[in-house]
Design a protein around this ligand. Structure first.
Ligand code: E4P
Length: 236
């Protein structure tokens, strides 16, 4: 399973790259807002900075419009910023209208997409179909993504339901040989989520920095190191 860092914080991304646990980065309008990155130029500069830092690893950038023509315009602009940009497009707009027509069109034009805000199995398979249909006539069959929001599904329908949606979507993709679509397990809240949802078979998990750092903390590890250091001093 690949790990993406769910953050636009440069220092955090550098840290996890240096640990060898960063295979890509995901951002969204909320992450930029939280870290005080604003304005078109500010966001572009931060995206370029992250893109350079992670080299060929994928960097997801979300569109900020719900209007199909504007989404297409933004997607083309953003994907032109660097070779590793992946365009995040919600599966529907805020009224529930499908954005899959936009997804197919962009994929056909060579834009790599991440269909986001997926909350159920049917949205997942429809998004995968849309991507796959866009790829039909292309020779370049890079991986595209669908982001299933484990944390948000859990908040509404429980953790088992979230697990089942991701696991069954992965089985379905494999059974029907959707080899160019990868599931990103998104909306991770804590270390327990990391352990639990790692067993779903999702190809990627995008994790907020705090949940990664907390994952390494174990009182008995700290205590064990302290004891070994103490005994090492005695035996020198
Ligand atoms: C990742 O790509 C998503 O944008 C992210 O995991 C969102 O999760 P949340 O807003 O539910 O925390």
């Amino acid at each position: 399973m690949k790990i993406f860092i769910d953050s636009d914080n440069i220092e955090e991304i550098k840290k996890y790259l240096s640990w060898g646990v960063c295979d890509g980065v995901t951002t969204n309008p909320t992450t930029f807002f939280r870290s005080g990155v604003s304005g078109a130029e500010g966001i572009k500069n931060r995206v370029l900075e992250i893109s350079k830092l992670i080299g060929s690893q994928p960097l997801s950038v979300e569109v900020t419009s719900e209007i199909p023509e504007e989404i297409i315009k933004q997607a083309k602009e953003y994907s032109g910023w660097a070779n590793n940009i992946v365009i995040k497009i919600p599966v529907t707009d805020s009224k529930g209208n499908s954005l899959l027509g936009v997804v197919k069109k962009l994929v056909q034009e060579g834009v790599v997409v991440n269909v986001t805000l997926i909350m159920n199995f049917n949205q997942a398979i429809l998004a995968a179909k849309s991507i796959s249909s866009g790829l039909e006539k292309l020779n370049d069959k890079k991986a595209h993504f669908i982001s299933i929001f484990a944390g948000r599904i859990t908040e509404e329908q429980g953790v088992e339901r979230a697990f089942q949606v991701i696991k069954e979507a992965r089985l379905w993709l494999d059974f029907h040989k959707f080899n160019n679509v990868e599931i990103i397990i998104a909306s991770i809240r804590n270390p327990e989520n990391i352990e639990y949802f790692s067993k779903t078979g999702g190809h990627v998990m995008t994790i907020p920095p705090e949940a990664i750092s907390k994952s390494l903390l174990a009182a008995r590890t700290k205590e064990g190191v302290a004891k070994f250091m103490e005994d090492a001093k005695k035996s020198i």
